[in-house]
Design a protein around this ligand. Structure first.
Ligand SMILES: *Cc1c(COP(=O)(O)O)cnc(C)c1O
Length: 423
């Protein structure tokens, strides 16, 4: 059974002040996971987690992670701006982007972020638009299939990211010639993995490549970035990853490959988003309609504009009904939002306790890639984000959008003439 971090009583108390739908994040859980991650890699002196801002781009969340010692990984100009405004600077910031616009390189260089190049041609591009910094990271794409034992995790050969192995070698020569003094190596080969073997297998691939690069070019990488990809148990039957075990397994690989090559002082970085935040945020919505035709539907006041993953990937998000957690799941529903899109369903044929309009539904594991993927289709507005503090109090960390926000990019008169009666 999957538990929520908030009780029905607490939810009703929150709703008196903040109407549904809203995202709720659990500060205590976020801190615990960040600490567990740091502990698992504490054997590596230079270890650092660069939280992937794109997963949960909220400054209050970034502040919590900063207090826990994390840096941030950004993928765009606005994420860099957000990181800077949240108090991160210089080497606290990793910039891992692709098909990068010149202005983003210029800004990243200006604020001293560590730039992670996605392609060989970006060496020249970066040099022309911003000049090369002394420290550069390069993203590796080994091609082929990425398998663990015999299970194929993903196909890097079909992924748009990274340098080929030969391009890395050539790139290191060119970068060194152009004055780069410090190198990093990065790869992201599979997403949302539910096996303790992913990081160790990725680490082996990266460590071997780093040793080969040192032999071939004489340039030693000073940090290796294992990036994101550690998954979370979205389904009740999923077995969670064991981060301590992952840390131990990576340590073994490090001792086998890097240490004997004289690279035993290489720092390890991670850019986890989902693992750190996913379980510690939920979307809270109210059932506002119940409809029975060929199937039984529960209509919510939230929709795919608030949480896209089910509509986009058919992703499973566990749902509980507040106050009915222990009730028998004797009904079967499609749980829907209001978009004019039939894929706007948070769950299909889901066994749930009987639901009545007014019930509060908690959509689990939405803390990463949840709010952030929101959009405004059908003119729907993004909802608020709230933080459940360690002391039990609740803080608004992003207000809900209003029609004014939606229309902010238009010049139109008369929009609000008839709105007074609605307020
Ligand atoms: C998306 C992304 C991450 C975070 O991925 P998770 O699945 O949330 O761990 C990290 N690094 C890069 C470069 C990414 O694109």
């Amino acid at each position: 059974m999957k538990k929520t971090f908030v009780s029905k009583e607490k939810i009703e108390e929150i709703i008196k002040q903040y109407p549904t739908p809203f995202y709720l994040y659990d500060e205590k859980g976020i801190r615990e996971t960040a600490r567990a991650l740091l502990k698992a890699f504490s054997w590596n002196a230079g270890f650092r987690e660069y939280f992937a801002v794109k997963a949960t781009p909220n400054p209050a969340i970034l502040k919590i992670l900063q207090e826990e010692g994390c840096g941030v990984d950004c993928s765009s100009l606005t994420e860099l701006m957000l990181a800077k405004a949240a108090g991160f600077s210089g080497r606290d910031i990793m910039f891992s982007s692709n098909a990068t616009p010149a202005e983003e390189f210029v800004y990243a260089k200006k604020i001293g972020a560590v730039i992670n190049l996605d392609d060989f041609t970006h060496i020249d591009f970066l040099e022309r638009c911003a000049g090369l910094p002394e420290t550069i990271c390069c993203r590796f794409n080994p091609g082929g299939e990425f398998a663990i034992h015999t299970a194929i995790m993903d196909k890097p050969e079909d992924a748009k990211y990274g340098f080929t192995k030969e391009q890395l070698k050539e790139g290191f020569f060119v970068l060194r010639e152009k004055g780069v003094r410090e190198f990093g190596l990065h790869a992201f080969l599979a997403s949302n993995t539910l096996t303790n073997e992913y990081y160790p297998a990725l680490a082996a691939e990266l460590f071997k490549t780093a040793v080969w690069l040192k032999e071939e070019t004489g340039a030693a990488v000073s940090f290796i970035n294992l990036s994101g990809g550690i998954g979370i148990p979205y389904r009740p039957e999923d077995k969670p990853n064991d981060i301590m075990e992952i840390g131990r397994l990576v340590k073994d690989v490090y001792g086998r490959i890097l240490t004997p090559a004289g690279m035993g002082n290489t720092a390890l970085f991670t850019e986890l988003g989902r693992f750190v935040l996913g379980p510690h945020g939920c979307l809270v919505a109210t059932a506002i309609h119940k409809k029975n035709i060929y199937k039984n539907y529960i209509g919510l006041d939230a929709c795919a504009a608030n949480l896209l993953r089910p509509a986009m990937y058919g992703a499973y998000h566990h749902i509980t009904v507040a106050g009915k957690e222990n009730g028998p799941a004797s009904a079967v529903y499609d749980v829907t939002g209001s978009l004019c899109e039939n894929n706007d369903k948070f769950a299909i044929d889901r066994k749930l306790p009987p639901i009545e309009p007014g019930d509060r539904l908690i959509i689990h594991d939405a803390g990463a890639h949840g709010f952030a993927m929101g959009y405004n289709y059908n003119g729907k507005l993004r909802c608020a984000e709230l933080l459940l503090r360690g002391d039990g109090s609740v803080r608004l960390i992003r207000r809900a959008e209003t029609p004014e926000d939606y229309f902010a990019t238009l010049k139109l008169s008369g929009l609000f003439d008839d709105m007074e009666s609605l307020r």
